[in-house]
Design a protein around this ligand. Structure first.
Ligand code: NAG
Ligand code: NAG
Ligand code: NAG
Ligand code: NAG
Ligand code: NAG
Length: 324
């Protein structure tokens, strides 16, 4: 009895996928898969349905697999998509057709697509790139980046930095130079980075030229909030109320509301030399202290909850309370 049941199950399993076969349906890979660089660190992937692919009542989708630089898989009904990725080591992806009918699916073979890495001599690209953004009092964003020249970059190497934010791209005009007069820092006092946006990417592209070698370009993607040097908390006041220390302050200059900030409160007992750092998520603070001692107080801020944490602000100016 069990045997018959199993055989029945087995037959049902065999029959199901055969609906495609019974109808003689075949699935063909997409054609003319093309990759183009559509902006700095952005790839436009596009392809055509296979002209031999019969449509009938089936749903056609495409599986896309990005292999390098960062692996990612997704499927789409469209015959194109955009991807943001660092391209200095090339870009490799493959696609296939998916034919869907109820719960059944058939997959074609894969088709590969590749963008070759840009030319350039080994170890001529910049290293240790770091970038920081600052929100100004005018609610604009400035950007500052620094790097080291590549180990084998010739003395006459000239580096050029570009940033891209969404569709806007701009070349740096304000460089600082290091040894041998090579650019090692760049400043944009004003950018198109929107301080109200959350977790958007800033693309940095640095290429260069030299008479003696082809300079390999370098790219890096930064989360706009993760590289923000947060402003200092404002209007910090501290006073004593009986045996308690009370402190109040305002959030730093920022487009984010108060709830987005956390603070570190540094309390130093100048008599004993002991130092405490307390995490606070509100804009005020009360603490029982020994009022016979004198204390120094400083506060610094960071954003979180609303977006990625940034770089901690500088400490506020030192304030003192208590007896000498
Ligand atoms: C694929 O590209 C070739 C050559 O550019 C072209 O002749 C052909 O029509 C394209 N196929 C489709 C389905 O667009
Ligand atoms: C397609 O669907 C229509 C209506 O759902 C049906 O009448 C027809 O037989 C189907 N054709 C095939 C080839 O499956
Ligand atoms: C530069 O980056 C490399 C690799 O990430 C690291 O090992 C090195 O310490 C960095 N150099 C400096 C001076 O920060
Ligand atoms: C550097 O990159 C920019 C932006 O892609 C490009 O316009 C420029 O020609 C490149 N310069 C060199 C020297 O490769
Ligand atoms: C800080 O205090 C000054 C003077 O009391 C006041 O004018 C200003 O609006 C305060 N700033 C903030 C951010 O509350």
């Amino acid at each position: 009895m069990m045997g018959v049941f199993l055989i029945l199950l087995w037959i049902m399993n065999m029959v199901q996928p055969n609906i495609f076969q019974a109808e003689g349906v075949q699935v063909f890979p997409p054609v003319n898969f093309t990759l183009t660089v559509s902006a700095l660190a952005e790839v436009f992937l596009h392809w055509k349905p296979n002209p031999n692919q019969e449509q009938k009542n089936y749903t056609i989708r495409y599986d896309v697999e990005i292999i390098t630089p960062v692996s990612e898989e997704y499927d789409t009904k469209k015959t194109h998509s955009f991807r943001t990725a660092v391209l200095h080591n090339g870009f490799l992806a493959r696609i296939r057709t998916l034919l869907l009918f109820n719960d059944l699916q058939m997959k074609s073979d894969w088709v590969m697509g590749e963008l070759k890495p840009p030319l350039g001599a080994a170890e001529t690209s910049v290293t240790n790139l770091s970038c920081v953004t600052y929100i100004t009092i005018y609610s604009t964003v400035s950007l500052h980046c620094a790097w080291f020249p590549g180990k084998r970059a010739p003395e006459d190497t000239k580096y050029f930095l570009f940033y891209r934010y969404k569709t806007y791209t701009e070349e740096c005009q304000d460089y600082s130079k290091g040894k041998w007069n090579r650019n090692i820092e760049c400043r944009f006092s004003r950018t198109h980075i929107d301080p109200e946006e959350v977790d958007n990417l800033i693309v940095i592209h640095i290429n260069g030229s030299s008479k003696y070698a082809a300079i390999k370009p370098f790219q890096q993607l930064f989360n706009q909030n993760a590289i923000e040097k947060v402003n200092v908390p404002r209007n910090v006041t501290v006073f004593l109320e009986q045996n308690d220390l009370l402190a109040k302050w305002e959030k730093p200059i920022s487009s984010f509301p108060e709830e987005c900030f956390e603070y570190e409160f540094c309390l130093c007992n100048l008599k004993s030399g002991s130092k405490q750092i307390l995490k606070v998520s509100s804009n005020d603070f009360r603490l029982r202290i020994d009022v016979t001692c004198r204390y120094s107080i400083q506060i610094r801020a960071n954003h979180y909850i609303c977006c990625e944490r940034g770089f901690w602000s500088d400490w506020s100016e030192i304030l003192y309370v208590g007896k000498h």
